[in-house]
Ligand binder design. Structure first.
Ligand code: HAM
Length: 421
């Protein structure tokens, strides 16, 4: 697991806030489902012969002897939960989720064994309009985060499951002719999941594949039409894309259009978002026939991108706006009450009330270290026989002198000064 420390978590909160506001503006509703599921769910949805299921799941037997796995992705659990609670029966649904996912991959920058995704899944809409809507949603998020110039959309048409069955048969027949020259991995997958052979990293296998049948030649007319309409809609919206015939995705449930948003800002881990249609999955998992489409975004990758490109707005980097300093005896109760009053009036500001006493200089130092923009200074000084109370405001992001204010005007003044800095 990649630990998320306070500085990074501010970027995280910012990203989350932007995602939440985008899904809300598209009318998507949140769904939550468990981190643990029956291992069988993932085998049946993602596919037995995939890297995720073969090598990457954290699976174990629980006390009842049930084999469970930490979810490696969200689509399977989302479909299971939505179907089990009757959300998919004869209805359209637009859902979103976020949370941790687990894959036993080799960790490196941007690739972790516990990582987090934002996901959206839309059910019950067969046309390319919904594919484009979810792409438009991702596009809107990139726009909001300032990432649009740094991501590229790659799309491909992998046909219907029947098309892929015909193609798989042709590919297996082709691979059988070259069996002697294939490696062990390719030989094993040649019958169980021949399309995974296309992903082989072995140059010798890739050389053989150069003459292999092409998926595009097996894709049915319906699928081609869907794909063409989708492209026309994307063009109409000005959403740029590139066709990548080699894009097959590592999960078996997809059909027709699949896609990835990739970036060059992250080195080797270039995929920020991946998804597509999965019209057969609900029925395959025991539900009624329900078409579906969706994607998931890697949150750590988004956070890394925003930080490396310096795209996090100053405001979002700041956890603390106001630091309340108290100098003099017996000011604690009054100080805490003042802090409460400020919090009520300025609910979006971070207001820290100093604890532990100390001299003015040491408290100001703490205010600077906390990154506050403004110090509210409550002081009591002895003046002859009387103790006189002062309230001052000091900007910490400029050299301006502190100003004295009355208690009755402090809230308005703080609001004004925060707005101005
Ligand atoms: P995926 O392409 O496997 O798709 O993952 C989606 C995103 O999760 C990736 O693009 C990447 O940003 C992030 N990600 C994946 N693995 C890791 C990792 N080990 N460390 C950090 N980030 C990672 C799915 O999971 C599908 N469920 C997406 C989907 C939803 N398709 C339809 N609906």
């Amino acid at each position: 697991m990649n630990d998320i420390l306070p500085g990074e978590s501010l970027t995280w909160q910012y990203v989350e806030g932007c995602f939440r506001s985008v899904v809300k503006s598209f009318g998507y509703q949140e769904i939550r489902f468990p981190v643990l599921e029956q291992t069988q769910l993932f085998k049946r949805s993602i596919g037995e012969v995939t890297d995720i299921v073969e090598k990457e799941m954290y699976s174990f037997d629980d006390r009842n002897g049930d084999n469970l796995s930490l979810r490696p992705e969200g689509t399977a659990g989302c479909v299971r939960a939505a179907d089990q609670h009757g959300l998919l029966y004869n209805q359209q649904q637009r859902l979103w989720y976020q949370g941790p996912m687990f894959r036993h991959e080799r960790p490196q920058k941007g690739r972790y064994r516990q990582f987090h995704q934002f996901g959206v899944e839309a059910f019950g809409m067969p046309g390319p309009d919904i594919d484009v809507e979810v792409l438009q949603l991702a596009h809107q998020l990139w726009l909001k985060l300032g990432l649009l110039p740094h991501v590229q959309l790659e799309i491909n048409n992998i046909g219907s499951s029947e098309d892929r069955k015909r193609y798989a048969a042709a590919l297996t027949a082709f691979l059988e002719q070259h069996e002697a020259s294939l490696d062990e991995d390719a030989k094993r997958r040649m019958h169980s999941n021949p399309m995974r052979v296309l992903d082989s990293k072995n140059p010798q296998v890739q050389e053989i594949l150069a003459d292999a049948p092409a998926l595009a030649d097996y894709v049915s007319d319906d699928s081609v039409e869907h794909y063409q309409q989708l492209q026309a809609l994307l063009r109409g919206l000005g959403i740029e894309f590139r066709e990548n015939p080699r894009l097959v995705r590592g999960l078996d449930y997809y059909n027709n259009c699949v896609y990835e948003w990739t970036t060059e800002a992250l080195g080797a881990q270039g995929a920020v978002c991946g998804g597509g249609r999965y019209d057969g999955l609900v029925a395959q998992l025991g539900g009624r026939d329900t078409v579906a489409a969706g994607f998931a975004i890697g949150i750590e990758r988004l956070v890394l991108m925003l930080e490396s490109l310096d795209l996090v707005p100053e405001q979002a980097r700041r956890a603390i706006d106001v630091y309340l300093i108290m100098v003099g005896d017996n000011l604690t109760a009054q100080g805490l009450a003042l802090a409460a009053q400020l919090r009520q009036a300025l609910p979006d500001a971070g207001i820290v009330s100093h604890c532990g006493g100390g001299k003015y200089n040491s408290q100001v130092k703490k205010a600077f270290n906390a990154g506050a923009r403004l110090a509210v200074i409550l002081e009591r000084r002895d003046s002859g026989s009387e103790a006189v109370q002062h309230l001052r405001l000091r900007r910490l992001d400029s050299d301006d002198e502190a100003i004295t204010v009355e208690l009755a005007e402090v809230v308005d003044k703080v609001r004004e000064m925060l707005a101005a800095s």
